[in-house]
Each structure stands twice: as structure tokens, then as C-alpha cells.
Design a protein around this ligand. Structure first.
Ligand code: FAD
Ligand code: DLZ
Ligand code: SF4
Length: 508
């Protein structure tokens, strides 16, 4: 009897394990645009359009390749509304009793499929460079999981940027030559964008009609929606942007959303590109002398290090991970995250960019929106839902460890050994946001004092019991304790007033 082969919206890879294990002559591929997936959070319209358009193109490619594909469109009157219900409907149609699938990237869907009355055969998702059991073996018996050690192991295992057993260039990490503020450059190349074809235009009309109320601007839409487009975007990045990636990767400039960033996370996360081919392209460019080691290493670390590490943590820590709240933060996410007006220019810029592009680069996510949420004590579950909604690359396996762990320290230190917080000083150094702001990044008291300065010290004081003994934070407490008691009280009172206003919905 034939089987059903499930292909999810983030599994659009011809070499997917479920497709490799299936029989093209007898089995039936099932793909479905469904309400349950499109509305478990209010996804950005561009994200939904990317997924639906890429699904439709991928289904057509499979059909051209001889597969029998049962594809359900969102507006199909027969649409059963969820992945398990669609599988049941297709099983009734064909008489199939067995479903072949590649493990989904989210506990929610793994559990929903476990409850499905059909017999499922689940294969590992081997598009990743570190299989789940390999990560578990690496983590076994370690007191702390630190990305740096995992990364070195991955360099050795994959051979990327290695000279025998030693790292190329003599160092594992070239951050000392990176981490520079970004400079304006009129000749800077942007990521490649694509004109929507008729298939994508039809999806855009559907998304405008069904999800037009969600936060985010749908048009113009320029994402790659096929593997061949995504490969062109990768080649463009390696040639034109990667050489400068290292030095500017932590910089932020107004109206320069991408700088030298690749804009390929979404393509990797839905399967249009696989991380191995991305790293192979970077390695080849470095070997050909087209890319300096600090840029090649900075980029490879994100892909074989952070990307694989956070996935390992997500599955190791279990389904409750996204709901953790180690610092007991309870404040509601303020409306400014959904575009309400704010005088804080850095937040206004990053939120507007997020609304328009469904994209912000790592430091914007970590040190602007994430930093503010942590300092202001926002409930990490609300922060998590926001990040899962608004970015084109957001899937829980990667978003939750970055948000709940790295950014909000709500996992109590699984992903990072100390919270990523900063006062305005860091933002002023790494961006030009402060120049156009009504607040003063140098000031801690008085009317124009930058809220980051007030909240930074209030955060430190609030969590003294937890962080004062952290050897990487001792210096911060020593600086705070050296300040005049009267000055400290003024700063803390200013923070309190600011937070009261924020919670009361007053414009800040
Ligand atoms: P580049 O800066 O060009 O980096 C290259 C690639 O490295 C990325 O494409 C990505 O695949 C990988 N990468 C870099 N940093 C990370 C990281 N910390 N974790 C995993 N992969 C990484 N990334 C997502 O893919 N999905 C998310 O939902 C997501 N949520 C995040 C939430 C927060 C709070 C933070 C701080 C980071 C988050 N990241 C997420 C990581 C990172 O911000 C994005 O991967 C990156 O901005 C994607 O843009 P890019 O392709 O231009 O990346
Ligand atoms: C994110 C998403 C959306 C918006 N829509 C669909 C869909 O209609 N059909 C589908 O198969 N997948 C979709 N996805 C991706 C899934 O949510 C994703 O597979 C799970 O979150 C597991 O990572
Ligand atoms: Fe952001 Fe403060 Fe700088 Fe304004 S002054 S842009 S609020 S860091």
C-alpha cells in the first residue's frame, strides 16, 4: 500500500530525509497551507508569503520531477486546517495508513503528530551538521554548555578553516579585528532581491486578504522563493558582501538594514539552502584568497557554531524551554514593539525596519529590542512570541534559544554565561542612532537621560543577588558601588518613573 510523505513549510529541500526514503513511483507527497501553522502566532505577512510561495514552487518542482503531490492551498474549501487533519483527509482519499516524515523543528508539531491516529515513521532531520544524538553526547556530563567549546569541536569535525588539527590563521576567533562600528559606504552592496513571479503574486494577494491585519508590511516583497534563487543570493553574498562581513557585523546604521549581512537565515531555515553548501561556498572563497580569514571565520562560526548549538539546546532542554522565566520578569510587552510611537530612536528604527522588512540583523535583535526588553523586565514569553512572529527566519528551534536564552537570560544561563545588557554607551559606540534621538546617551539623570542608562543600573541593582558573584560582572558592580549614594538613588528613581510610565502606556 502506498504511503503519505509529509513535507512541511520549512522542509523544502530535495534531499530531505523523508523524500530520500520514499518511493516516487508509489508514495504520495502531502503539502498543506493550513490555518494552525499560519496563526499559532501573528506571523509577519512577509514571512507567511515567503513560506507559501516557496511551498508552491517546491511542490511544482517535485511534480516536474515525477512525484505525485497532494497540495492543499490555504483557500481550498476542503482545507482541514491543520497538518494532522490534512494527513487524515489524504489518508481517507488514498487508503494510505502510513506516514513518512522528517522530524519537525518544533515540539508543538512533534507532539501534535504523535497524537495523530495514523502510523508515522519519523526520520532525523539530517540537513543539520550536528545530529541530535551527537549534540547530546557532546553535552553529556558537562557542567555548562558553552558555544565556544562546541564550535571548536565542530571546526575539527567538519574541517572548515582548519590546517590539520589547528585553526587556520592560528586563532579560533578573530573578534579582536571585528566588532567595529560600521562606516557609511555609498558603494556597499545589498543582498540580492527578486521580482515576484505570477505564483508569488497570487500568494501575495492571498496573504494581503487573509493576514493583512498582522503587524508588518507585505509589499514590496523581494525574498528568494526557490532553491535556484536562494543559491544566487548566496553567491552574491559571498562575492560582494562577505569580504567586509567581519569588521562590520556588529555595527548599526540608520537606513542601512543589511550592511554586510547575508539575509540567508530564512532560506536555510526553510530548506532552500543547506548549511553545508553555505559553508562550502565560504570555505572555497577563503581558499581562493577572495575573503579574509576574519570575515570567513566570523561567518562560519555563526553557521556551524551558533546555529547548530541553539538547535542542540532547544531539543536537549525539552518542550518547556520557551516558557522559562528565571529572572521572574512579568511586565507586558509595550505597544512600541508593535509600532507605537517612541522617542527612543534606536527602538523606533529597529521596530520600523522589522515592520517593513521582517528582518533585523543580530546586534539589532540582541542589543536594541532584546536589551531593552530584558532591562525593562518584560515577560520573556511575550518577548518570545514577538520574535517568533516578526522575523522572516523565525522558527522555534532557533528563535527560542536566541530569545529566551541568549537575549532574555530566562533559561538561567544555559545559552549564555551572563546577560547581554548594555547602557547607551554601547549603542552610541556601535551605531548612529543616538545622533537623531531626543534622549542623551551620555546622561543618567534629568529630563533627557537615556532610558537605557537608567534601566541598566536598575537591572543590576534588582538582580544583584544573582549576578554580583558572576566573575564577568564584578567590575560592573564595583563601578556602581563607587558612585555617590545620592546619584545612585536618583538613577534608580528615574528608572522607576520610566517603568511606571511604560506600564501605564504613556509615550516614552
Ligand atoms: P548573518 O549575520 O549574515 O549570519 C549568517 C548566518 O549565521 C545566518 O544566516 C544564520 O543562519 C546564522 N546565525 C547567525 N547568528 C545566529 C544565531 N545566534 N543563532 C542561529 N543562527 C545564527 N536566527 C534565525 O535564524 N531565526 C530566528 O528566529 C532568530 N531569532 C533571533 C532572536 C534573537 C533575540 C536574537 C538575538 C537572534 C536571533 N537569530 C535568529 C539569530 C540571528 O539574529 C539571525 O540568524 C541573523 O540575524 C539572520 O540574518 P542573516 O542571514 O543576514 O545573518
Ligand atoms: C511557519 C509556517 C507557516 C506560516 N505556515 C505553514 C503551513 O501552512 N504549512 C506548513 O507545512 N508549514 C508552515 N509553516 C512552517 C511550520 O510552522 C513549521 O514546519 C513548524 O513550525 C516546525 O518548524
Ligand atoms: Fe537609544 Fe538612548 Fe541612543 Fe536614544 S540615546 S538612540 S534611546 S541609546
Amino acid at each position: 500500500m502506498s504511503r503519505l510523505v509529509l513535507v512541511l513549510g520549512d522542509q523544502l529541500s530535495p534531499a530531505l530525509s523523508a523524500l530520500r526514503a520514499a518511493d516516487r513511483a508509489r508514495d504520495r507527497v502531502v503539502m498543506a497551507e493550513v490555518r494552525s501553522e499560519a496563526s499559532y502566532v501573528p506571523h509577519h505577512p512577509k514571512k507567511i508569503a515567503l513560506i507559501f510561495a516557496a511551498m508552491r514552487h517546491f511542490a511544482a518542482e517535485l511534480q516536474a520531477d515525477g512525484w505525485d503531490v497532494a497540495y492543499t492551498r490555504y483557500d481550498d474549501p476542503e482545507n482541514a486546517g491543520s497538518i494532522p487533519a490534512e494527513l487524515m483527509r489524504r489518508a481517507m482519499e488514498t487508503g494510505a495508513r502510513q506516514v513518512l516524515l522528517t522530524e519537525p523543528g518544533e515540539w508543538r508539531l512533534i507532539e501534535a503528530l504523535e497524537d495523530c491516529p495514523l502510523a508515522t515513521s519519523t526520520l532525523p532531520d539530517d540537513r543539520f551538521l550536528c545530529a541530535r544524538p551527537a549534540f547530546e553526547a557532546w553535552a553529556e556530563g558537562r557542567r555548562e554548555l558553552r558555544m565556544e567549546w562546541f564550535y571548536r569541536e565542530m571546526r575539527r569535525r567538519t574541517g572548515y578553516l582548519m590546517k590539520g588539527r589547528e585553526p587556520a590563521g592560528g586563532k579560533w576567533n578573530f573578534d579582536a579585528s571585528n566588532r567595529k562600528p560600521a562606516a557609511r559606504d555609498l558603494l556597499r552592496s545589498a543582498p540580492m532581491q527578486f521580482t515576484p513571479d505570477a505564483v508569488t503574486e497570487e500568494v501575495l494577494d492571498l496573504v494581503a486578504a487573509e493576514f493583512g491585519e498582522n503587524f508588518g508590511t507585505l509589499r514590496p516583497f523581494g525574498f528568494a522563493v526557490t532553491r535556484s534563487q536562494a543559491r544566487r543570493a548566496l553567491a552574491h553574498f559571498v562575492r560582494h558582501q562577505l569580504p567586509g562581513f567581519g569588521p562590520s557585523q556588529d555595527g548599526m546604521l540608520e537606513n542601512e538594514p543589511y550592511l554586510e549581512h547575508a539575509l540567508i537565515s530564512g532560506y536555510m531555515n526553510i530548506g532552500l539552502l543547506c548549511p553545508r553548501e553555505v559553508c562550502d561556498a565560504v570555505q572555497a572563497a577563503w581558499e581562493a584568497g577572495e575573503v579574509p580569514i576574519n570575515s570567513a571565520e566570523g561567518f562560519i562560526r555563526q553557521v556551524i557554531g551558533w546555529r547548530e548549538f541553539v538547535r542542540g539546546v532547544y531539543f536537549l532542554e525539552g518542550p518547556d524551554y520557551p516558557r522559562r522565566n528565571a529572572l521572574n520578569h512579568r511586565r507586558k510587552l509595550p505597544p512600541l514593539y508593535w509600532g507605537a510611537e517612541t522617542g527612543m530612536n534606536c527602538l523606533a528604527q529597529v521596530v520600523a525596519q522589522t515592520r517593513d522588512l521582517a528582518y533585523a540583523h543580530h546586534i539589532q535583535r540582541l542589543m536594541i529590542t532584546g536589551n531593552f526588553a530584558l532591562l525593562a523586565g518584560i515577560d520573556p514569553a511575550e518577548v518570545h512570541e514577538w520574535y517568533l512572529s516578526v522575523y522572516f527566519d523565525a522558527f522555534e528551534w532557533v528563535e527560542a534559544p536566541n530569545t529566551v536564552g541568549m537575549s532574555q537570560f530566562a533559561d538561567g544561563g544555559v545559552v549564555g554565561s551572563k546577560p547581554y545588557v548594555s547602557s547607551a554607551n554601547y549603542i552610541d559606540r556601535m551605531s548612529d542612532y543616538c545622533t537623531g534621538c531626543r534622549y542623551d546617551p551620555k546622561s543618567r539623570t534629568g529630563e533627557g537621560a537615556c532610558p537605557f542608562n537608567l534601566l541598566y543600573w536598575a537591572f543590576m541593582e534588582r538582580h544583584r543577588a544573582r549576578f554580583a558573584s558572576n566573575h564577568r560582572m564584578g567590575q560592573v558592580y564595583a563601578t556602581w558601588d563607587r558612585m555617590e549614594p545620592g546619584h545612585r538613588e536618583t538613577v534608580l528613581a528615574g528608572a522607576e518613573t520610566f517603568l511606571t510610565d511604560l506600564s501605564a502606556g504613556k509615550p516614552v
